[in-house]
Design a protein around this ligand. Structure first.
Ligand SMILES: Nc1nc2c(ncn2[C@@H]2O[C@H](COP(=O)(O)OP(=O)(O)OP(=O)(O)O)[C@@H](O)[C@H]2O)c(=O)[nH]1
Length: 307
């Protein structure tokens, strides 16, 4: 049976989205939410209004909460009437039996009020928890969707966001920003000689070493197969060259041992410094061209792109 309650629908939608390997963008979330709930998705509206589906889900949950609050308010109103009239009657009552009867009504009504408030409190707490849960799951999924599954470096999706943010920041604050495009040399030979699994491990090794060398503000992105982009905020070309030297040393000092044998490997890199009127894409293209030069110069070297 398909779920009816908005909280269950939201959970099922998120689960299916993750199962299908899709990013939990508001539009994807909305499509799946409608699919699970049995509603038809109005295609063009979903594409145009990215916030709509998420708002629909939250609106449904808040609608439920509001319905419960409404029920509570009307219950309280009717209980209040009962108590008021019982108190009025009590002030007029002469007989002990009648007094006891009215006190009984007041007691029962007070107990009902207590239990209605408690139920509403529990319902609202459950809604709050469901919303928190969905928020956390969305954050976690977003994080996973921005990570390269093999190496744990960031992926191209994350790159677009990081690059746009860092370029804007550097231009706003007139600080330096340098990127490095890095590519392992003769990686195909390593795959051929040691096997694909060794190649994979080498990519993971490169990621670990690079992360250890970089500062927290820097970003490491797996750009393609064995090609990585490093974004170095507040860093000029000299600083970037220094990072490349440290990386080279770290790589030489700690080669990957596969089946007990160290795999010798080098990398080539191209550096480009952001110019004042450049966008992130153009910056990366210049770093890539410099990497191409480094490969043509014999590999195992770093080339700097002209501004
Ligand atoms: N093991 C492994 N290999 C990969 C992965 N992605 C790409 N490759 C391999 O990386 C190799 C890249 O080969 P080429 O583009 O010829 O480059 P190269 O051998 O490194 O030579 P140069 O870059 O010119 O120094 C190919 O054999 C791809 O199959 C991956 O995720 N894991």
């Amino acid at each position: 049976m398909s779920p009816q309650n908005p909280t269950d629908i939201a959970r099922a939608a998120l689960y299916q989205l993750t199962e299908d390997g899709l990013p939990p963008t508001p539009e994807n979330y909305g499509k799946y939410y409608r699919k699970v709930s049995g509603e038809e998705a109005p295609q063009e509206q979903v594409d145009q209004n990215t916030c709509g589906p998420l708002l629909t889900m939250i609106r449904d949950m808040l609608g439920e909460a509001s319905e419960r609050t409404g029920t509570l308010a009307s219950d309280l109103q009717s209980h209040n009437k009962t108590i008021k009239s019982s108190i009025d009657d009590l002030s007029q009552a002469q007989e002990k039996k009648r007094m006891l009867q009215l006190l009984g009504t007041i007691l029962t009504t007070t107990t009902s009020i207590h239990s209605s408030v408690e139920d509403a409190h529990l319902d609202l707490a459950a809604t709050k928890m469901a919303l928190e849960h969905i928020k956390n799951e969305l954050q976690e999924s977003r994080h996973l969707m921005q990570e390269d599954w093999l190496t744990g470096a960031q992926n191209r999706r994350a790159m677009d966001m990081v690059l746009t943010k860092e370029v804007a920041r550097a231009q706003r604050s007139a600080t330096k920003l340098t990127v490095a495009m890095l590519d392992l040399d003769y990686f195909k030979r390593i795959n051929d000689e040691f096997g694909h699994d060794a190649g994979d491990k080498l990519l993971q090794h490169l990621t670990l070493i690079t992360k250890a060398v970089l500062r927290e503000a820097d970003s490491l992105i797996r750009y393609g197969g064995e090609e990585f982009l490093i974004i170095l905020p507040e860093t000029d070309i000299n600083g970037a060259q220094f990072v490349m030297d440290r990386l080279k040393q770290a790589f030489q000092k700690t080669p990957l041992a596969y089946d007990g044998k160290p795999i010798p490997v080098t990398f080539s890199a191209g550096l480009a410094r952001l110019t004042s009127d450049e966008n992130g894409h153009a910056l990366v293209m210049r770093a890539d061209a410099a990497l191409y030069e480094a490969k043509h110069a014999g590999r195992n070297c770093v080339k700097i792109a002209a501004d």
